[in-house]
Design a protein around this ligand. Structure first.
Ligand SMILES: NC(=O)c1ccc[n+]([C@@H]2O[C@H](COP(=O)([O-])OP(=O)(O)OC[C@H]3O[C@@H](n4cnc5c(N)ncnc54)[C@H](OP(=O)(O)O)[C@@H]3O)[C@@H](O)[C@H]2O)c1
Length: 264
């Protein structure tokens, strides 16, 4: 849909990519319901956005929600429906980097809960409202690592492969409805999401890191062209295609990544 028709619930709004997405969507004419856990941060963000884009106050709203709490998802969906939301962007996410043996069970649970289960539950909660609209879109911010299994990212990949599978299946399930389901796969992006360890790993493996504004522009394009899937950057887009065709062919291509992982 046209950005100016979009009323977007944006989770992860306070994050590095979320802020850039909010800025780009607001500039393009969308209305935004910003979601995060910290109300003070969201209000500050709202003020900054309104200053950068004068005259947009009426198009900005915020709502606190902890997506790890099932009991907060229903009320959030209710608020979004009352606000006449027609686009849901799943931007919240948590990282999990390191050899599997070094990951704490709580971190593994949180990664699956926030990156995978919460988007499924929130989509489910908003679906009755969306299906009553002439057009609605669900855009999942996944990752290139939702298509490419990368050493050091086993649990994170599981969450993003899962999210991509959810988006693909639901898109087909809803193909005869008014609801489009889309998946955006950024590659590594410069935000606080990535620890110094990840930055060193990226340097050692020659992996590029994008600015969040690049992801935001890709999301804006995807909102408007309604493409089901979009990945960002070369060679990641090629690797995504090859891995989709025959993943075992690429197994040997990741020796450098394996060697570049921290020991512990
Ligand atoms: N950065 C990258 O390299 C990269 C690459 C590809 C894909 N991605 C994906 O892009 C998305 C955004 O990443 P980012 O780089 O912007 O990360 P970020 O800067 O760390 O921001 C993470 C966001 O998730 C929210 N969040 C975390 N746990 C939450 C919870 N329990 N309830 C509600 N919100 C919660 C945070 O909100 P609070 O204010 O509540 O903390 C914050 O807004 C994620 O899904 C990530 O997987 C990132």
């Amino acid at each position: 849909m046209k950005a100016s028709d979009a009323r977007v619930l944006l989770t992860g709004a306070s994050g590095g990519i979320g802020r850039a997405v909010a800025d780009a969507l607001l500039a393009a004419g969308a209305s935004l319901l910003l979601v995060g856990r910290d109300g003070t941060r969201l209000q500050q963000m709202l003020r900054t956005l309104a200053e950068r884009h004068p005259g947009t106050d009426e198009r900005l709203a915020w709502q606190c929600a902890d997506l790890d709490r099932d009991d907060e998802l229903g009320p959030l969906a209710g608020t979004a429906a009352a606000w006449r939301c027609n686009v849901l962007v799943h931007g919240a996410g948590v990282p999990a980097f390191g050899r599997l043996r070094t990951l704490a069970p709580a971190q593994m649970r949180a990664t699956l809960a926030i990156n995978l289960l919460a988007p499924m539950l929130l989509t489910q909660a908003l679906l009755p409202h969306f299906q009553a609209l002439p057009r609605a879109q669900v855009i999942c911010i996944g990752s290139a690592l939702g298509r490419i299994g990368m050493p050091g990212f086993s649990v994170y990949c599981a969450s993003k492969f899962g999210l991509r599978g959810f988006a693909e299946a639901l898109r087909r399930e809803l193909a005869d409805s008014s609801v489009a389901v889309q998946y955006l796969g950024p590659r590594s992006t410069r935000t606080n999401f990535n620890t110094r360890g990840v930055e060193e790993y990226n340097r050692a493996t020659g992996s590029a890191m994008d600015r969040p504004e690049r992801v935001a522009q890709a999301l804006l394009r995807q909102l408007e062209d309604e493409r089901p899937e979009r990945f960002i950057g070369f060679p990641e887009t090629l690797a995504v295609r090859l891995n989709g065709l025959a993943a075992p062919w690429l197994d040997g291509a990741f020796a450098k990544h394996r060697r570049s992982l921290p020991i512990s």
